[in-house]
Design a binder for this molecule. Structure first.
Ligand code: MCA
Ligand code: AMP
Length: 495
């Protein structure tokens, strides 16, 4: 039996999930995921790492599908529920997924792909629970379990493959470090195609026997209503979300602020990560909520790697110290460890580290040192025992709203536009979003471009959160003597 199901069996009568006004016990999760696993197996005895993609709304059906895929021996490929067809088709084709599990409402968006690819479709709401569960296979924990897509310094996102063992290491490290327990009640406001939502919130809660409340979309009013009901005691989010929650708090009366502070003060834990938490946001949040945020550092390829302590000083501007079981070194370009106090690239080793980039052996090889340490591309320094993230080695990776976005991917799409001869995309600092995506354009034949029309065109091709928020039209891009675009000069143009 998979360890996560074994854990659930210890809590069968407890509520695991609140969503859509309903509540679901661990027994329902175990039973119904077992039924869905038998549907997926379809008389087979083991899916043997077949890729099963799913586009299912956050909530009971999402977890049921994830657990069903794992129990049937498949690799789970969660799709982003807000992506347009080309981004979804890229993932489906790249993984050559054989089955697609859907919430009914996503059928129309995927219909053109389903029609062409002849992929098997299962509508999750239409699954019968009357089936007799078949015998489920024994899954060796070294087998691959999950593929999540991450943007990097290449123009197309890469599939990050983690094994069951990697996921278990990522979960159990956090359970111990952050003292998750079956008394916790967490809330999931994050998208479920990334580690932050899937592992830190959902899998950790359900491993610990806690309850997890799902909200369909991020909406400050709804979140504060849930906070006020005293039904939540653990909250995790990206800096942009804390920023947006404070914008909401600023607009309500002092009396209402005080009442919410009283509720939030009782929380056991509030965590922030996925992007740098500005010191000002951390300090203001503490004033509003009475909670000192615990900032941590992670990556799709690693789960969480460095964390401020649960007990002990949570230092503003620092991500803390390596989590137990995670080894970290800071190295120079020759892969030699730097002296204490010197900045270096973070490299990581441990059971939490992913297996490979899906069907990209060269990219996988390049990202590990000869000794097998994963090279993150993030630069850090140790000061008074705590790690401080100083930035990334590539300007082409942008972090906006907690999402990692490749400038090269956006540029490639922009260049497909008939009126765009050339372009350069960069991220510029922004209090709310961390970085704001902006673009300089060199136009073909026309003097100006209709930005609204351009953005409408773009979001047919890529996720809306990747679209540039400002444009600047240039006669030519700033280039160096080698003809390469100088991204730091591009950034200055937006100052
Ligand atoms: C949306 N808008 C933006 C951006 N995104 N404006 C500037 N920059 C952006 N990046 C605008 C929209 O155009 C819209 O404007 C308005 O904001 C609301 O858009 P909507 O999509 O509804 O935004 P939202 O729902 O408020 O979303 C904000 C969000 C979301 C909740 C912060 O971005 C989010 O869920 N981020 C979390 C991502 C995440 O989980 N990352 C973890 C990956 P208008 O109203 O004018 O149309 S990293 C990870 O997993 C690693 C392991 C780690 O360390 O955690
Ligand atoms: P992703 O590839 O989407 O998993 O994003 C991982 C990246 O997010 C890391 O490589 C860092 O650049 C960034 N990141 C995550 N947590 C933090 C943090 N607390 N401070 C600064 N950057 C962070």
């Amino acid at each position: 039996m998979l360890p996560i199901i074994f854990q659930a069996n210890n809590n069968l009568n407890k509520t695991a999930i609140f969503c859509d006004g309903e509540q679901y016990s661990y027994a329902q999760l175990v039973n119904e995921s077992g039924y869905l696993a038998s549907t997926l197996l379809d008389k087979d005895i083991d899916l043997k790492e077949e890729r099963i993609a799913f586009m299912v709304n956050p909530g009971f059906n999402y977890v049921k599908t994830l657990w069903a895929i794992w129990q049937a021996g498949g690799i789970a490929v969660p799709l982003c529920i807000t992506h347009p067809l080309p981004s979804l088709a890229y993932v489906l084709e790249d993984t050559s997924a054989s089955v697609l599990v859907l919430s009914k409402e996503y059928l129309p968006v995927l219909q053109p792909y389903i029609h062409e690819a002849n992929i098997k479709v299962i509508i999750v709401e239409e699954q019968s629970n009357k089936l007799v569960p078949v015998h489920l296979p024994n899954i060796d924990l070294s087998r691959s379990a999950l593929i999540l897509y991450t943007s990097g310094t290449t123009n197309k996102p890469k599939g990050v493959v983690t094994t069951h063992q990697n996921i278990i290491a990522q979960i159990t490290t956090l359970i111990n470090a952050w003292e998750y327990s079956d008394k916790d009640n967490t809330i999931c406001v994050l998208p479920l195609h990334h580690v932050h939502g899937i592992i830190n919130v959902v899998c950790c809660s359900l491993w610990a026997g806690a309850s997890c409340t799902f909200v369909p979309q991020f909406a400050p009013k709804k979140i504060f209503e849930l906070f006020s009901s005293n039904a939540i005691n653990v909250f995790m989010a990206v800096p942009t979300i804390y920023f947006k929650l404070m914008t909401y708090l600023e607009a309500i009366t002092l009396q209402e602020q005080a009442e919410l502070k009283e509720c939030m003060r009782k929380f056991r834990l509030m965590v922030c990560g996925s992007a740098a938490l500005p010191v000002s946001v951390m300090e203001r949040w503490e004033q509003y909520s009475g909670q000192r945020l615990l900032e941590r550092y992670g990556m799709t390829e690693l789960g969480m790697a460095i964390s401020n302590p649960y007990d002990g000083e949570r230092k503003a501007g620092y991500v803390g110290i390596p989590l137990p079981g995670v080894s970290i070194k800071l190295v120079n370009e020759q892969q030699e460890e730097v002296a204490l106090g010197e900045p270096g690239e973070i490299i990581v080793s441990g059971k939490n580290v992913f297996l490979e980039y899906w069907q990209k052996p060269e990219a996988t090889k390049e990202t590990f040192t000869k000794e097998g340490w994963f090279k993150t591309g993030d630069i850090a320094v140790i000061e008074n025992g705590y790690y401080r993230i100083m930035g990334r080695s590539s300007v082409d990776i942008i972090k906006s709203g907690g999402y990692k976005i490749s400038a090269l991917e956006i540029e490639e799409v922009l260049r497909e536009h008939e009126n765009i001869a050339d372009c350069a995309v960069v991220g510029i600092p922004n209090d709310e979003w961390g970085e704001l995506i902006v673009a300089t354009l060199v136009l073909n034949e026309i003097e100006q471009i209709d930005e609204k029309a351009l953005n409408n065109w773009l979001v047919q091709k890529m996720a809306a959160y990747k679209k540039p928020r400002k444009y600047l039209i240039l006669k030519e891009l700033p280039r160096n003597a080698m003809g390469k675009v100088v991204k730091n000069e591009v950034k200055k143009l937006f100052e």
